[in-house]
Design a protein around this ligand. Structure first.
Ligand code: ADP
Ligand code: MG
Length: 237
């Protein structure tokens, strides 16, 4: 589903952290939000998710204005660094949780959990507890839990930050494969240029509280709009 931010502004106390941002996330694309630490990437994701109230502007999911809807009333899937699995629940129960909360029938829960577990390649792990999984497997469970409800948009905040280098490479292509197979609209927040380049359809580069350029990875690399973008991509003019 197409997601639109119109004039999105967010302040903490008197400090404007995101200033009048306009951003379109196209239906079915993976958009990387790339920028240095503290520039407002997570704040933007929280606004789409509905965790933060915004100070001005509008947020649209398709034709629907969700600006004043709380998180529970928006159909979003989130994988945040700090958004851990429930340790006392099995993998099955972790993935089933968002459906249980919404009073799905047991047979429907079973079918949906198994389908998403197949897609994320964790079918044989459903009876385990999170502590019995590797970091990469835990990440797959977190993705499955985020996707099981078939959300309008998948929000990923530095999803690879806690993984070692080898797993990071593997999960980069896995997250992209899963996004392409489901066709879900997704936003990937990262400060890692290579991650953004290799996983997304388009990259939005953020400086302090604003979008500086949006382009495909290829365009961005070959035609950065200014020296900040060029330098940030490691490709100084
Ligand atoms: P990023 O994700 O790009 O690293 P954030 O969106 O987390 O950046 O933060 C942007 C700015 O907003 C930072 O200066 C940060 O200190 C500030 N900020 C974020 N959350 C809060 C909060 N809850 N209260 C006050 N300031 C915040
Ligand atoms: Mg952040």
């Amino acid at each position: 589903m197409r997601i639109l931010l119109e004039g999105f502004t967010k302040r903490f106390d008197k400090v404007t952290v995101v200033d009048n941002m306009n951003l379109e996330i196209r239906d079915g694309e993976m958009l990387a939000l790339l920028g240095p630490s503290g520039c407002g990437k997570s704040t933007t994701l929280f606004a789409i998710c509905g965790i933060h109230r915004i100070d001005s502007g509008r947020i649209l999911f398709g034709e629907r204005d969700v600006t004043n809807l709380p998180s529970q009333k928006r159909n979003v899937g989130v994988v945040f660094q700090s958004y851990a699995l429930y340790p006392h629940m099995s993998v099955f129960e972790n993935i089933a949780f968002p459906l249980k909360v919404r009073k799905f029938e047991a047979a429907d829960i079973d079918r949906e959990v198994r389908a998403i577990a197949d897609l994320t390649h964790i079918g044989p792990l459903l009876e385990r507890k999170p502590a019995q999984l590797s970091g990469g497997q835990q990440q797959r469970v977190a993705l499955a839990r985020a996707l099981v409800r078939k959300p309008d948009v998948l929000l990923l905040d530095e999803p690879l930050a806690n993984l070692d280098a080898k797993l990071r490479l593997e999960m980069r292509s896995e997250i992209r494969r899963i996004q392409l197979e489901t066709g879900i609209t997704a936003v990937l927040v990262t400060h890692d240029q290579v991650e953004a380049m290799s996983m997304s359809d388009r990259i939005a580069i953020m400086g302090q509280g604003e979008i500086l350029q949006i382009a495909t990875p290829d365009e961005m690399y070959h035609r950065p709009c200014n020296t900040f973008v060029a330098g940030f991509l490691g490709n100084p003019p």
